[in-house]
Design a protein. Structure first.
Length: 242
């Protein structure tokens, strides 16, 4: 039998010494333990089945499968969200969008909020978690993505109302009632798609590609959003850096 130290050394040889944190997280995932306990007991023997499960994860990670998909979760705004290949992995950049939205909503009592292209539900769930009097709606074209979003809503104890459909179309009944629309739509250009790292290319294409110039979905949303917003309402986007 091998111990944790032996397995970690093997894995670092496979993926590179600069990936120690990622390797430790994957072994913690397999062993259902914390990093502190893993390092404190790194000479404890590992069951053969667990060692093989870890080896398979390392092989997949070496093949550029995203760490978050291997772990099944991603941290976002202090919340631990479920992620699968059906959804875009929530990232720190999107936390800035949520922080801005919460700032704008701070003085509004019982606001109505809409998250367009919700994916994992990260934006909607985080707003619902930190602005508890908000009525939060979220939509996505992908039924698989909405299933993950609903599970994250349950996991975090929030109360987002999800609807399936294209962009703003499922929310026609909210005309003139929305205080803030938030969205992190696909914004990668056709040219940029061919230059993305291998791990990013394993995320769903429909959550990445934003047309030839990356602005396709922004135009669609902006063209329809005014019908939903209250006077003085807000539209908050995440945008690509050009």
């Amino acid at each position: 039998m091998m111990n944790s130290r032996d397995l970690l050394q093997w894995a670092l040889h496979e993926v590179g010494g600069d990936k120690r944190l990622e390797v430790e997280l994957l072994l913690c995932h397999v062993l259902h333990t914390s990093r502190a306990l893993l390092l404190a007991h790194d000479r404890d023997e590992i069951e053969a089945e667990q060692a093989e499960a870890f080896r398979q994860l390392i092989i997949r990670y070496r093949g550029q499968e995203p760490l978050q998909y291997l772990l099944g979760t991603a941290s976002f705004m202090g919340l631990e969200l479920l992620v699968t290949p059906a959804v875009l992995i929530p990232r720190f950049d999107t936390e800035r969008l949520v922080e801005k939205a919460l700032q704008l909503l701070e003085q509004i009592r019982q606001p109505t909020v809409l998250d367009v292209c919700t994916g994992s539900g990260a934006i909607a769930v985080a707003i619902s978690h930190y602005k508890k009097d908000a009525a939060v709606y979220a939509g996505d074209l992908s039924g698989d993505a909405l299933e993950i979003a609903r599970r994250n809503d349950q996991r975090c104890g929030t109360s987002v109302q999800f609807r399936q459909g294209n962009l703003l179309e499922p929310f026609a009944d909210l005309r003139g009632q929305v205080d803030l629309v938030a969205s992190n739509p696909p914004y990668i250009t056709t040219q940029e798609m061919g230059q993305l790292p291998g791990d990013v290319l394993q995320e769903p294409r429909m959550a990445l590609w934003g047309g030839d110039d990356g602005l396709y979905f922004y135009r669609k949303i902006v063209a329809a959003v005014m019908e939903l917003l209250k006077p003085g309402g807000w539209m908050v986007f995440e945008v690509g850096c050009q």
